[in-house]
Write a protein that binds this ligand. Sequence first.
Ligand code: ADP
Length: 372
Amino acid sequence: MHVLIIDDTQADHDLTVEYLKETGGDYEFYHAYNAEQGLKLYHQHPIDCVLLDYHLPGRDGLEILGQLVQEEKVVPVIMMTGEGNEYVAVTAMKLGSQDYIPKRILTPGALKRAVERAIERSGMIKRMEKYRAELETSNHDLEQFAHIVAHDLKSPLRAVTQHLMLIREREGDKLEGQSARSLEFAVEGATRMRLLIEALFEYAQVGFSEPVFTRVSLETLLEQNLHDLGPLIEERHARITHDSLPEVYGDAVLLAQLLQNLIANAIKYCKETPEIHISATQEDGAWRIGVKDNGIGIAPSQHRQIFGIFRRLHQADEYPGIGLGLAICERIVKRHNGKIGVESEPGKGALFYFTLPIAQSESESEPMRAYG
Ligand code: ADP
């Protein structure tokens, strides 16, 4: 094990070497007596563990630790503190030190254990960080794959559906019995598959494309939504009211999709005449937008599940759908660094809410980062 000792006192170097040698491990030591020497040796050699003294001439141990963490994120550092330096110990741990040892309780066993633990822990964190990065890459690849597949399947599927429908129109009355039923099944299957592929494409698109953030008037978005949902609203005689809605900072296309999915669900999952209210309140420096309905409601045990992909609580013949709407909503909200949730009980309607950043005044506003 390559151990770097950064300490300005020769006696402490000697003691550390003696203690670790006493435990019988196979160590190679590097000695530094100030910050600069220490950092130089750290960068020149494959160091497994750094024993870092807090009291150093010039820059103290915390400063060195800060620099190493900034450079590498995970460093196998053990902070050596003197008498009454609990504050240093706590700060060092917060900064990213793997451990600390008060010098007064230094024993060969304690030192050996601390070194081994620090090496093991930092190795584990590094491995986890590597897996996380790999997972992120493979997630991205998978997303790209879903996007391409969904995109490329869209037009052939549309062609299949349209031709099946043409056959039904032109030849439908000539077919009988099993053939007529088979054609019906084929039309239904192809239509459902088209809906699935289109929704999947939409879902992948939200994660895939870069959002364009601008100031967006939710009032204007809602007007457009109500216009687009006009036929459904009329058919169900839905009554929709709303608070005065704010301007927010976000992607107008994604936010329109979000609002539309929630309002369409509020109308769909309702046995009576739908009464929907869209509210806007401020909470913890963000807007909290609510879509409240008087529908069938959702049991609290299902509140998390319904945001999952293809998660539905009903059969398609009871309430049509494919179970991607809320997953898309959650993605959109996450891309805006917001939260989404539901408050509901069976038979008591549902309140779906999401949070969005408040649009700053023109002069203050800065480009926002996309998340997710
Ligand atoms: P879909 O509507 O296509 O099934 P969603 O992802 O939009 O997909 O919704 C998932 C499930 O959540 C729905 O199947 C339904 O059971 C439940 N749900 C969504 N919105 C509401 C609502 N407003 N009231 C009651 N249940 C709802």
